[in-house]
Design a protein around this ligand. Structure first.
Ligand code: MIC
Ligand code: SF4
Length: 665
């Protein structure tokens, strides 16, 4: 069992319930929360439903508006207004559109080593680059943390990632370290794990570079990733003018870890993830000169820091973007944008032919700037799931800013080592300090009363859900394979994202690009009192934290997902919205179940209880359209608390029941 590590110390410091043994349920106190607009509208509706008078996090809570920034009609701006006013009402910081991507701004402005951060976005671990224990979760969990509740999760294993070697080879950067992790461990290699980076090699990495690594640890499926808080961290805080927020936090010399990974920096080379998965990684040299590129995009919460944009500008300086390429750059924050504007870096980028776009998520979430049909887009991002860019048949590659810049110049995927002398960027002595032009501090208490929360017609109240019934009679309406992402289940993009605060509308798009008829069939079942069941493979629901991938299916009448295994955040979201996350006891049964099969789970409340208390399997009867029927065994991998949530029909019901019980007592 791990002991004395950085992650272990922070958890121990914040533990309010449970034993720190891998797999056991723990609850930890949350110091800070963050939300973004695409998950935030639901999170604040849920927070309001909890009936507390102000935000209860001991340190701070921030509401960022960075995802849905295209304003094609009233929907997104209505959401922005709701978020601004609800934030001001409840004592929350509000980061207005244009201020930047939540994770980049949080890193620069709010991180504190040794503290905990819970965010309604899967890339919240970015803050682990500055020594925070930062975890992504569904909006409802974040709302609960804002209401003062601890965060419940299973104690993960703590993995030592030892970086050996003094520095990175020429043209190799932090992105290549995390791509190497993905190459080795795959998108499910981090399940129930925290990756803690140590060793001589971490000294070669500044905080923004470390944040690239902890950010994309999300793609490993990890609970979080973290670096110690050392002299490099202090250096970053000095440049940010926030030395007072820094504390040293190192692993004990005799710290023990549950597992170990060793990466020798000297052996790394530029890497690239091919379509359509972040773990489909090969050396760039293997594709050198072979893949024609239409678009290059630099930005996202992974690689949009000053260091990244300056590196790209130095590579492009005095040169021109290739005739056949569109180069798009989204700086990560207003601080980065102002810095590059003042020191001339921006002018170099513009001169080379870059299209500079708003400091926001933008193309990363398909909110504009889609590639052309069958196009190839090379991006400094973290996800390349099919269709996420907005163009279903495009191929998205993920690489370092250096590799992206090389492709922008040559028009082909190009090994950056062929570009000549490597670039070395130093961070500015002092970053430009944040002012409150776009970052609104919490209102003084006496002024909050006068704030009226604005709710446009796009903001619809939450649907009500019933508790777990005595029996589930349902039908399999879709069967999917391994590593299904939440982008498959609940797609994003410029058309669907504006519906995030309207469950009734957005639910029509569940599995839209996989099986466009799914939502309609599920609703029809619902009308007839038949539950809808989904069958999945390994790592079901990987990727984002969007609770809409559970909430919208629940609204459609989905009561159970039977899969080989689940990704962490989605598994919790299913419990939060009362959908049974059943696992095959015998994975071969996956092959025996098909779309259109009828499913019956008799005495499901009783069976669930016996499964949790006595380890008994949950028996499911499968009836084929031919009339043949058989029984399979399933189980649940849930904590006692998740059991309560499922019985109540979800977390909101659970909280309401608790409040009612208190009143009655
Ligand atoms: C993403 O990168 O997929 C998102 C959009 O940031 C999501 C959150 C969301 O779906 O709103 C995430 O990573 O959690
Ligand atoms: Fe935004 Fe993309 Fe980061 Fe998600 S992964 S927070 S969409 S920049």
């Amino acid at each position: 069992m791990a002991k004395g590590t950085v992650a272990w110390k922070i958890i121990k410091d914040h533990l309010v319930h449970g034993e720190m043994e891998p797999g056991k349920e723990i609850a930890i106190r949350i110091d800070q929360t963050l939300t973004q607009d695409a998950t935030g509208t639901m999170a604040y509706l849920e927070f309001e439903a909890m009936g507390v008078d102000e935000v209860k996090t001991p340190d701070l809570s921030v509401s960022y508006i960075d995802h849905n920034t295209l304003q094609l009609d009233f929907r997104n701006p209505d959401d922005h207004e709701y978020l601004r006013t609800v934030g001001l009402k409840y004592g929350i910081w509000v980061s207005k559109p244009g201020n930047g991507i939540c994770h980049q701004v949080h890193l620069e402005r709010f991180t504190k080593p040794g503290k905990t951060l819970l965010g309604s976005d899967s890339h919240t671990p970015t803050a682990g680059g500055a020594g925070m224990l930062a975890i992504g979760a569904g909006g409802l969990d974040v709302a609960a943390a804002m209401a003062g509740e601890p965060f419940y999760t299973k104690m993960p294993k703590i993995v030592k990632v030892e970086l050996r070697g003094k520095e990175l080879p020429a043209w190799v950067s932090a992105k290549d370290i995390i791509l190497e992790m993905l190459r080795r461990l795959t998108v499910k290699g981090g399940l129930m794990r925290i990756f803690e980076y140590v060793g001589e090699g971490i000294k070669a990495l500044s905080v923004p570079e470390r944040a690239t690594i902890t950010n994309m640890g999300a793609e490993l499926g990890a609970t979080t990733s973290i670096f110690p808080s050392d002299e490099n961290t202090l250096d970053f805080f000095r440049r940010e003018g926030r030395e007072q927020d820094w504390v040293e936090l190192l692993p004990d010399p005799d710290a023990e870890y549950d597992e170990e990974v060793i990466i020798d920096l000297n052996e790394l080379e530029p890497l690239i993830a091919q379509p359509h998965s972040p773990d489909n990684v090969v050396p760039v040299r293997e594709l050198h000169g072979k893949v024609k590129v239409n678009q290059v995009v630099i930005g996202s919460c992974t690689n949009s820091s000053y260091r990244d944009l300056k590196t790209v500008a130095e590579i492009l300086k005095g040169k021109k973007v290739h005739r056949d390429v569109s180069l798009i750059i989204a700086p990560g924050s207003r601080q980065v944008l102002e810095q590059i504007a003042r020191d001339g870096t921006l002018a170099d980028l513009i001169n080379a032919g870059a299209r500079i776009i708003e400091t926001a998520c933008g193309p990363c979430i398909g909110m504009g700037w889609a590639p052309p049909s069958k196009g190839v887009s090379v991006r400094s991002f973290n996800r390349n799931f099919k269709g996420r860019s907005g163009t279903l048949d495009a191929g998205v590659y993920l690489a370092s800013p250096e590799t992206c810049a090389a492709a922008a110049l040559t028009g082909y995927i190009t090994d950056p080592r062929t570009l000549g002398e490597p670039i070395k960027v130093t961070l500015p002595e002092k970053f430009i300090p944040y002012n409150d032009a776009l970052l609104l501090p919490p209102l003084p208490k006496e002024e909050r009363e006068n704030v009226e929360i604005r709710r446009g017609p796009n903001i619809r109240p939450l649907p009500e859900f019933d508790e777990l019934p005595e029996a589930i009679k349902g039908k399999v309406e879709i069967k999917v394979g391994d590593n299904i992402t939440t982008d498959h289940i609940m797609p994003a993009g410029a058309k669907i994202l504006p519906l995030r605060s309207n469950i009734y509308e957005i639910s029509k798009y569940v599995y839209h690009y996989v099986d466009p008829g799914f939502a309609e069939r599920a609703l029809k079942n619902k009308e007839q009192g038949i539950a809808t069941v989904i069958v999945g493979g390994e790592n079901y629901g990987q990727g984002s934290s969007r609770e809409h991938a559970a909430l919208a299916p629940r609204y459609l009448g989905v009561r159970a997902v039977i899969a080989k295994s689940f990704a962490r955040i989605h598994h919790q979201n299913l419990c939060n919205f009362g959908i049974l996350p059943l696992e095959f006891v015998n994975p071969a049964d996956y092959d025996r179940i098909d779309q259109n099969d009828e499913i019956e789970i008799p005495n499901v409340r009783e069976q669930l209880t016996a499964c949790v208390k006595e380890g008994k399997p949950i028996k499911v009867t499968v009836k084929k359209p031919s009339g043949e029927s058989f029984e399979i065994e399933t189980t649940v991998n849930i904590t006692p608390r998740q059991y309560e949530l499922l019985m109540a029909g979800g977390l909101l019901n659970y909280i309401k029941n608790k409040q009612q019980a208190k009143k009655n007592a």
